[in-house]
Design a protein around this ligand. Structure first.
Ligand code: AHG
Ligand code: MN
Ligand code: MN
Length: 344
């Protein structure tokens, strides 16, 4: 009987006192004009994520073939999947409020002008892990929020605002569409995790907090023959286990969705590596600085971890172009420092 009443009681209790995303945002951001814009924009992105999760949940039904290749090749040379474009469109629709002056996306060549009075720039990877859409494997949405610096309402000028270094981010986060629809978010005062339940995001008890030490690495091992000496030597030391220079055994995980690997690392610690390699067009790795590496790195540093391209902290890199790639190594500080201290 107790069990029967327990569940609804806790749900009712949580609905009353649960820490909703809106409540967390009101508490964690000064509610001046900029702060209210940031709060509204994150809530808008969370509304888009609910719609993307719903579309994905029906993928594969006759009218829903979201993994099919559609239209063009995006600016980064990736084929665009139906859900890439659907996710992008849901985000654009959600952002049509007065807070955002321009939106920059993996799936768009350059700026999408939104509201002339907007005081924020939003950069996003609308659907991360596209190769997994039809595999029923977690995929997600990554976003970065920057301050508007340019007065004029003009695409080329506003592009400069999207190319601010990551240290200028006001907020960043990523949604994961998996067994749970979830969000890891920072507004510059630590990192927090949220879970979607009945159309609301509730703050989780667990706080993303990267342990300094770890013994789990995430890398696409099939690229080993293309790696630099440094990457080979770091991974070899992990594989050598207790007999090797790192004198401990490691485990390996690789999801092929940055957001899924990142969520696990925020939960358990570890190191993620997508380094440069010798393949054509991979001399700067695969991941994009502005809308993948920067938002992830802001979160990683807020959660006590470290994020680098192997030489420079990601957040200190000055972007040169919207879709530029960057080698990305992030996670538990001790492991990232081991990688950085190896000769290139
Ligand atoms: P996207 O689907 O936005 O292009 O991102 C995919 C990225 C990232 O999610 C993942 O870590 C990486 O691609 C996987 O790359 P490989 O397929 O080369 O392993
Ligand atoms: Mn991506
Ligand atoms: Mn993508």
């Amino acid at each position: 009987l107790l069990k029967f009443f327990r569940a609804p009681f806790f749900e009712i209790w949580r609905d009353i006192v649960g820490d909703r995303l809106e409540h967390y945002l009101s508490q964690s951001i000064k509610q001046d004009e900029l702060g209210v814009s940031i709060k509204n924009t994150i809530l808008s992105l969370s509304n888009a994520s609910k719609k993307i999760a719903k579309s994905l949940a029906k993928n594969g039904l006759p009218e829903n073939q979201l993994g099919t290749q559609v239209g063009d090749i995006n600016s980064d040379g990736d084929t665009q999947k139906a859900l890439d474009l659907i996710a992008d469109e849901k985000i654009v629709t959600a952002l049509k409020n007065k807070n955002v002056v321009a939106y920059f996306s993996e799936e768009q060549e350059s700026a999408l002008l939104l509201h002339p009075e907007g005081n924020l720039i939003v950069c996003a990877d609308p659907l991360d892990g596209s190769s997994n859409i039809d595999n029923n494997t977690s995929v997600g949405t990554i976003f970065s929020i920057l301050p508007r610096k340019t007065e004029v309402f003009e695409a080329e000028q506003l592009l400069r605002d999207a190319l601010q270094s990551g240290i200028n981010q006001l907020a960043s986060g990523f949604f994961v569409y998996g067994p749970q629809t979830s969000l890891i978010l920072t507004t510059g005062k630590g990192a927090a995790a949220f879970l979607l339940d009945k159309e609301e995001f509730f703050k989780m008890e667990w706080e993303p907090n990267l342990p300094t030490k770890a013994s789990q690495f995430a890398i696409n091992m099939s690229n080993m023959r293309f790696w630099s000496q440094r990457t080979r030597s770091y991974i070899q030391s992990c594989l050598d286990g207790t007999e090797g220079t790192f004198a401990k055994n490691y485990n390996m995980r690789w999801c092929g969705s940055l957001v899924a690997d990142a969520w696990r690392i925020f939960r358990e610690g570890g190191i993620f590596l997508y380094p440069e390699d010798k393949r054509d067009n991979y001399n700067e790795g695969r991941l994009r600085l502005v809308y993948e590496a920067n938002p992830l790195s802001f979160l990683v540093e807020q959660a006590g971890g470290r994020a680098t391209d192997g030489t420079t902290d990601i957040l200190n890199i000055q972007p040169g172009s919207l879709h530029q790639r960057v080698p990305l190594i992030f996670g538990s500080e001790e492991e990232v420092i081991k990688y950085e201290s190896l000769n290139k």
